[in-house]
Design a protein around this ligand. Sequence first.
Ligand SMILES: Nc1ncnc2c1ncn2[C@@H]1O[C@H](COP(=O)(O)OP(=O)(O)OP(=O)(O)O)[C@@H](O)[C@H]1O
Length: 355
Amino acid sequence: MNITSEQVLSALSNVEDPDLKKDLVSLNMIKDLVINGREINFTLELTTPACPMKDMLKNACINAVKHFVDADANINIQVTAKVTQSLNQSNLAEIKNIILVSSGKGGVGKSTVAGNLAVSLASNGAKVGILDADIYGPSIPMMFDLQDEKPGAKELENGKVVILPPEKYGVKVLSLGFFADPNQPVPWRGPMASSAIKQLFNDADWGALDYLIVDLPPGTGDIHITITQGYPIAGAVIVTTPQEIALADTRKGLLMFQMPGMNVPILGVVENMSYFTPPELPENKYYIFGKDGGKKLAETFNVPFLGEIPLMETITEGGDKGNPVALMPDSIQGKAFLDIAGKVAQQVAIRNAGE
Ligand SMILES: Nc1ncnc2c1ncn2[C@@H]1O[C@H](COP(=O)(O)OP(=O)(O)OP(=O)(O)O)[C@@H](O)[C@H]1O
């Protein structure tokens, strides 16, 4: 008996995406179904290339077809992704999702998380940009080994001149740091900083991006207002360290995003420097700053906890030398960032499906 498309699709309609709470057929994730005798080929189109459930969903499809259609079928599934889009406005129509990385306090590792998040998403195949909006200490150029970079510009056919973001590790990078002398402090006044940031958003040739990661300055200030009120934000990732003093400021940051005028969805909390782990004894974890502070905070605010990042010398070195640890996916530290990137992409997809 010939296997039909209807049979295969009916079998696959038993597989549910646990995040989106609908079956893969209704979600239109099954594409290009071709059947040759007992060979079944199709594409599974996910909502993000960083989907942490990629393998689980692929296996569930195979099991469903074998169970409901033919136990001996030869099933080939190609997994691709089409990143879904949060609400958008026309001048940034090519940017699907703007993700803010924020912290209540300085020095907790916000830029480290932003940079590694960008690299992790890009290494999964997503189109990614990073905009360093930290007026107090733009550290993204150093993290990407682009300190000496001076972005070029080009004139479009309509006469508009656009900034060309340099690309490194698959990520398009722009920073206020590119436009200031690194040896001179820049006393940005509120309006000046806001207009500089708007230029980096509006007058840059970002091209088509799945995710634009924005590294915000610490705290709550003008830049936060400029960005959250001027652009459609998919959500914010909140970075904290486990100490009570950092958590107290993180609470304020969270509350700011939840204020009615802002109303930025919280994608979740990342706890950085959660524990010290010596590279030679990676199974030993020393919770020197206290344990589970970030997790408890996420519970209190009823937002996702996205994961812990250990305190490791290699992370400091990676930042200083322009070699983000996310480039080493098999290391403990690289894996920590890749897992978090998967969870962030997952939260964005869930929110986009709910809009
Ligand atoms: N998990 C970690 N392990 C070791 N070092 C880390 C870790 N996270 C961050 N660092 C280091 O701590 C320093 C501060 O990190 P980072 O610049 O990311 O913080 P920040 O919150 O963005 O700071 P700022 O408020 O100045 O923008 C950097 O030298 C960075 O390499």
